[in-house]
Design a protein around this ligand. Sequence first.
Ligand SMILES: Cc1cc2nc3c(=O)[nH]c(=O)nc-3n(C[C@H](O)[C@H](O)[C@H](O)COP(=O)(O)OP(=O)(O)OC[C@H]3O[C@@H](n4cnc5c(N)ncnc54)[C@H](O)[C@@H]3O)c2cc1C
Length: 393
Amino acid sequence: MIHLYKGKGNCCGCTACMNICPYNSITMKKDEEGFLYPVIDLNTCTQCGACVKVCAFHKKEYEEKIPKDQEVFALRHTDRKVREKSSSGGAFTVISDHILNQGGAVYGAVFNESFEVIHSKAWDRERRNKMRGSKYVQSDLGNIFKEIKSELERGKPVLFTGTPCQNGGLKSYLGREYPNLILCDTACHGVPSPKIWADYKAYLEEKHQDKIKEINFRNKDSGWQNSSLKVVFGKSEYKKDMQQDPYYILFFSHLIIRPSCHQCVYASYHRVTDITLADFWGIENSSKTFSDDTGVSLVLVNTRKGKELIGNIGKDSDMIKSSHSAFYQPIFEIPSKMSPKRQLFWSEYFAKGNKAFRKYGKLSTLQWIIKRIIVPVLKKTGLYNLAVKVFFK
Ligand SMILES: Cc1cc2nc3c(=O)[nH]c(=O)nc-3n(C[C@H](O)[C@H](O)[C@H](O)COP(=O)(O)OP(=O)(O)OC[C@H]3O[C@@H](n4cnc5c(N)ncnc54)[C@H](O)[C@@H]3O)c2cc1C
């Protein structure tokens, strides 16, 4: 009998197994936390093993050293309005513009009409703009890998953007190099539960007695360093600092991210993609004047294809060459640790719903002191990167 994964920590939900199955015997089903897992229909499965072979998550091995030829850049889109709408400095817009200019297709995460997060395709700027901005929820890939394969076979330039594990899954599903494909991942310290997100949206709609019209996870009204979650309703809006919003607190406390994120095999400088994007925290170590607090992207260029693209992105970006020592992203070295309270949170959540949400979605006194007093002081004095390094090592 086929076993796709040993435990939930071993499946990232990338859909490679579902897409590769020649008998369509695999479907993705939600578990009680709202995460999608593959389920095999034993009536049609022939035990061919294609699904086990394609699984990139249990095959990939961790590599520690920084790759010798990986290049590091700080990048910001020249248009302030684009930076304000992007999570970091708008590198995604610059890169995707290049693909759209060649008549190519861009794949990325968008909100659907119910503000669930799904992957979709864009062949023009209007649709691409909906991919802008991080949505901190695991996105549903649907059958998109098959669609991407047929675009590639037709010779179209394709840019796929997503989490490292989604990129790893796509690469393994495709099974060969396509010169017309650019893979682009973001740094990712974990994907939160779509169930918690759905419940939180319902809670906010009930509180505001109105339907949600717009959501921005990285609203920069108070600057990039102090981003907030902004939810717009018909007649009102909800805006809370990332350090205070209960959904963010649960996310950053590692209570609601997918179990496999705590065993992430992609938490390494060795990327499976051509280009990796992140926030350039610590940009002031490279240049005192580059950031105006509307966001700066950290761009890791991992392959020859990535280098070619970055060499051709043109006039819409300001870019400076930087180095690995100028930033610190723990997630390039070690997966996010699971909270010791994760199980407790979920059992209380199933039993008491919103009560558990409110109880765990608050900072403890120690967390409050660290986030509201110590971190701002470390950032001001330029010691933040060093402190993170010491703390995480
Ligand atoms: C779940 C998650 C965790 C992250 N964790 C970190 C982190 O620990 N450190 C860090 O520096 N950066 C992290 N990022 C990346 C960061 O938030 C920015 O997305 C990245 O720097 C790109 O910013 P940008 O300004 O270039 O483009 P933006 O315009 O902000 O581009 C957004 C890009 O992110 C993709 N995207 C958005 N939501 C999702 C999603 N749910 N799933 C897959 N892809 C998505 C879009 O397809 C698009 O390519 C995370 C992103 C996500 C989605």
